[in-house]
Write a protein of this length. Structure first.
Length: 562
């Protein structure tokens, strides 16, 4: 009985839309997006057909990492509005038959959160809420190499910061202002569950859980394998261990269990593999509903995400196919090309020049036809591209700025580093949303916090709404199709042509229905055989391929046989 019910979980047929509030719509002219701006654009999102809105963090925050450093879990940062604005937004989301999930960032708090402020006092009852440690035995605090272990921060340097007040170090896997909570302490876990219940009682429909696979550290905090200081070194000791599953099961029991039919949870889990993902998402284990894995985001770079490599299509296909098969019988996949941490998909995987429209829609077709819950990141539905950052001064993101400063100090070429940031910097995705061709793309009447991409005059929602051949209209059709065709949601996946370097091909089967997906991932024509006697369910050229044995540049088609 229970399996049947979970098999039909509502979020399996849902499409999620991610809003980066800072850059979505500014209603008060201060140059920063806000809740009332989002509310004004709900009709646009409803017409797009998405079911769930995920808001990146809107809580009070010093904004060291754009809100992923929270100083109060029960409020709204004044730059985004008030709790009353939030309630009004949530009510209207529900009236429009959509749901809203919050970003839950509980691996760490801001160093300005009252819990941490209190914890800095060694005598405080909250001392143990964070990871405080003395210098390495035999070393003096502050000496080079005296950090308690060799773990690196994601944003450069050691993951340990010395606090002069007590002469001890605290752990921060991200910036110095993002301090890791100690989930070993039951009071910490209870405090987090309380926050979650508070938002659920307010009516939110679930959570996207930031770096949730990193909440449980090995309390011995052992050194990682020796590399030059690198965030991944310590990973075996702080990600995906046995404890994280114990805590997520507890969280599920304490918070989610009474409401599991109505809410959804998606955990962000960098570095997770298929086997671990199955543990996180197996409904019988009652942890979380789905995870964001990163394997397909790692196929086009070297050791560092800024070490840009060309995409070799068979690698991408093999990776996604492994996840399709791996979570086929147990668990559930998320599907995404983009989010606020990644470069724009059409610039990264497609052709953002001549074939921008075709490649944006081909990417969408391939992604949405896989099995899993698709996530659309704001602007992706317009075919938004990377931005032409002129100099390092145009970037705002702490990750890009720290990386650049560190590499320049180590003798790297500033021009080459700038190219890397242009290709992969997170600010590409964070430039303001393009609503129309008025100044600043209709995003703000003030000065935007991050410059608007100048191509907004051609690429914007207003222009795409009146163009039936636009990327936006194609997304609408694709999203609508999911509601009509059960094979898209539930069909079994089978990869075809795994070695083909330009054509992405796969089948989906459910009962008597079979779907064939073909997409040309190149700007030249490619050979691919269509199905005879099949219905063309959707295609991104508006007409069927003139030659049934060929695809036009970046052409994508879905055939259906029943
Ligand atoms: O952006 C990345 C590439 O360097 C990722 O490694 C990212 O840091 C990682 O996926 C964790 O991301 C999440 O937590 C971070 C925050 O900066 C990201 O915006 C968030 O999505 C710390 O809270």
């Amino acid at each position: 009985m229970q399996t049947a019910r979970l098999g039909d979980a509502w979020w399996k047929s849902a499409v999620v839309y991610q809003i980066y509030p800072k850059s979505f719509a500014d209603s008060d002219g201060d140059g920063v997006g806000d809740l009332n701006g989002i509310r004004a654009h709900l009709p646009y999102l409803q017409d797009l057909g998405v079911d769930v809105l995920w808001l990146s963090p809107v809580y009070p925050s010093p904004q060291d990492d754009n809100g992923y450093d929270i100083s109060d879990y029960r409020g709204i940062d004044p730059v985004f509005g008030t709790l009353a604005d939030f309630d009004a937004l949530l009510a209207e989301v529900h009236e429009r038959h959509m749901r809203l999930i919050m970003d839950l960032v509980v691996n760490h708090t801001s160093d300005e959160h009252p819990w941490f402020v209190e914890s800095r006092d060694p005598a405080s009852p909250k001392r143990d809420w964070y990871w405080w440690r003395p210098a390495r035995p035999g070393m003096r605090a502050g000496e080079p190499g005296a950090e308690p272990n060799n773990w690196g921060s994601w944003f450069g340097g050691s993951a340990w910061q010395l606090d002069p007040r007590s002469g001890e170090y605290y752990l921060h896997l991200f910036s110095r202002k993002q301090v890791d909570l100690n989930w070993e302490n039951p009071e910490v876990r209870e405090a987090v569950y309380d926050v979650m219940r508070w938002w659920l009682d307010r009516g939110v429909d679930g959570f996207r859980m930031d770096v949730i696979n990193m909440i449980a550290k090995d309390p011995a905090l052992p050194d990682g394998a020796v590399h030059p200081s690198n965030s991944r070194d310590g990973m075996p000791h702080f990600a995906d261990g046995e404890r994280v599953h114990r805590y997520l099961q507890e969280l599920h029991r304490e918070v989610m269990a009474p409401r599991t039919e109505h809410v959804m949870t998606v955990g962000e889990t960098p570095g997770v593999n298929v086997e671990q993902a199955r543990l996180f998402t197996d409904p019988a284990r009652a942890e979380i509903d789905m995870v964001f894995q990163f394997e397909h985001m790692d196929v086009d770079h070297g050791e560092s995400r800024f070490d840009v490599r060309p995409l070799w299509l068979p690698d991408l296909k093999a990776s996604l196919a492994r996840w399709q098969t791996g979570l086929d019988a147990t668990g559930w996949n998320t599907l995404y090309w983009s989010n606020h941490d990644q470069a724009r998909a059409v610039s990264r995987f497609g052709d953002d020049g001549r074939y921008r429209r075709e490649s944006a829609t081909a990417l969408a077709t391939v992604l949405h036809l896989h099995r899993g819950t698709p996530f659309v990141y704001q602007g992706e539905e317009l075919g938004a591209t990377n931005a032409p950052f002129a100099s390092v001064g145009d970037f705002r993101d702490i990750e890009s700025l720290n990386y650049y400063a560190g590499e320049v100090a180590a003798g790297g070429s500033p021009e080459e580093l700038l190219d890397r940031l242009r290709a992969r910097g997170r600010d590409n995705a964070r430039t303001p949303m393009h609503w129309d061709d008025s100044p600043n793309a209709g995003f703000t009447t003030g000065t935007p916090w991050l410059a608007v991409n100048p191509n907004y005059r051609e690429i914007n929602a207003a222009a795409e709404l009146v163009d039936p051949g636009s990327v936006l209209h194609y997304y609408r059709r694709l999203i609508a199709l999911r509601k009509q065709e059960a094979a898209i949601v539930h069909g079994r996946f089978e990869l075809l042509l795994p070695d083909d370097e330009t054509v992405y091909a796969f089948e989906r089967r459910l009962g008597a229905t079979a779907l064939l997906v073909l997409a040309n991932f190149s700007s030249e024509p490619a050979h691919a055989d269509a199905w005879a006697d099949a219905e063309l369910l959707i295609g991104n050229y508006g007409d069927p391929p003139p030659d049934p044995a060929a695809l036009r540049p970046w052409e994508a088609v879905v055939y259906r046989r029943a």
